[in-house]
Ligand binder design. Structure first.
Ligand code: WQD
Length: 338
């Protein structure tokens, strides 16, 4: 049986393909290469010894999606990563986000609806909670009006899947990621942000390697231990492993509902300054940074209650923040030295 991984050359997608192939799954990747490169296939092969099948395809092209499934009739399991994911860009270009993140999902589901039974793992985000009242955040925390079109596409995507699963043979697991960071310990694959990184950790590593002059810490007046914002930084390999476990659960028909939801985090919150200090410790160098004003749309804190994923998926994050920083730094050094 082959598993379709959309966005499989991306940051989380490529790490998940590695874990799928390590578990013996056959994998077909669809990627439009808008935010990734074909070289990632070499990294996946270097780690697993196998090259996954790959097709360049824009999931917004309905006829192309239909043609793909006609040629791959045995695919009944999909892990859907393909989406635009830059919060700031989504504010400037909402229609790109609604088209790319939602039309593609609808065309995928229409093809899965033709199967006797189908399984989809959906890449969602803790952003659906907005600023949650209670920490750590559980899956039944209220969904709040998204702060960006990007976040809104995750909320609407979840609703599309829930409504569709009710009346089809599609079974789904929604995985709400907290903050994915780090790279595969082999440094064969990692995060490759195009342009100026919006996310904290790639900006840290690019500053440390000399690509950026200094890191701006957005906000030092938050009501947190050191005034900087708190997030739950989960190693991308831990995240990838959770996807394989979730998919196997659906393939084994072990799911208790048509749609199940899990928060994927470490369960521990770390402030921006704590991340910087962890990085300085593992890289053995001082990171130049300055404290500046808060970033528009940021929340104060978010970290996961992972009891449900621990108990039901039997999954728990294993990498520490320092290990995540170490792997991110090793990857940055490798990419810049090539
Ligand atoms: C983390 C913390 C910033 C950059 C977003 C999306 C989420 C997911 C991950 C896609 C915040 C601070 C950052 C910098 C800084 N995206 N920061 N200086 O905003 O928590 O989550 O990215 O799946 O859905 O919402 O992540 O890494 O941008 O920021 O001080 O140069 O680091 O203010 O407190 P965020 P982030």
């Amino acid at each position: 049986m082959k598993i379709l991984v959309t966005g499989g050359l991306g940051f989380i997608g490529s790490h998940t393909v590695v874990e799928l192939q390590n578990q013996g799954f056959g994998v077909v990747i669809i990627d439009d290469l808008s935010n990734s490169s074909l070289e990632v296939l070499e990294g996946i092969e270097a780690i697993t010894g196998k090259v996954p099948s790959f097709e360049k395809l824009d999931l917004r092209e309905k006829a192309k999606v239909q043609d793909f499934f006609n040629r791959h009739r045995d695919i009944t399991g999909v892990i859907h990563f393909a989406a635009s994911k830059a919060v700031g860009e989504s504010v400037q270009n909402p229609l790109l986000y609604y088209e790319n993140n939602l039309n593609a999902l609808v065309y995928l589901l229409q093809e899965l609806d033709k199967k006797d039974r189908a399984s989809i793992i959906f890449s969602s985000s803790c952003t659906v909670y907005g600023q949650a009242e209670k920490m750590p955040i559980t899956e039944d925390a209220p969904i709040q009006r998204a702060m960006s079109p990007y976040g809104n596409t995750k909320q609407i995507g979840e609703e599309i899947i829930i409504d569709t699963a009710k009346v089809t043979n599609i079974n789904a697991i929604l995985l709400r990621y907290f903050n994915p960071v780090g790279s595969h310990p082999s440094a064969e694959i990692g995060e490759l942000p195009l342009g100026v990184p919006q996310n904290l950790v790639p900006f840290i590593t690019q500053t440390a390697i000399g690509l950026r002059n200094e890191l701006s810490v957005y906000g030092s007046d938050y009501p947190t231990t050191d005034g900087t914002a708190v997030r739950d930084y989960i190693h991308v390999v831990d995240l990838a492993k959770a996807h394989v476990i979730a998919l196997q659960r659906l393939l084994d028909q072990k799911n208790q509902q048509k749609v199940e939801v899990f928060n994927l985090g470490t369960g521990t919150g770390s402030s921006v300054l704590e991340v910087i200090h962890a990085f300085e410790k593992v890289s053995n160098q001082k990171l130049p940074y300055k404290l500046v004003a808060r970033r528009e749309g940021d929340i104060t804190q978010a970290y996961a209650n992972t009891d449900k994923a621990n108990a039901i998926l039997g999954w728990k994050a294993t990498f520490t923040l320092e290990q995540a920083m170490e792997s991110a730094w090793k990857w940055e050094q490798k990419v810049r030295n090539n």
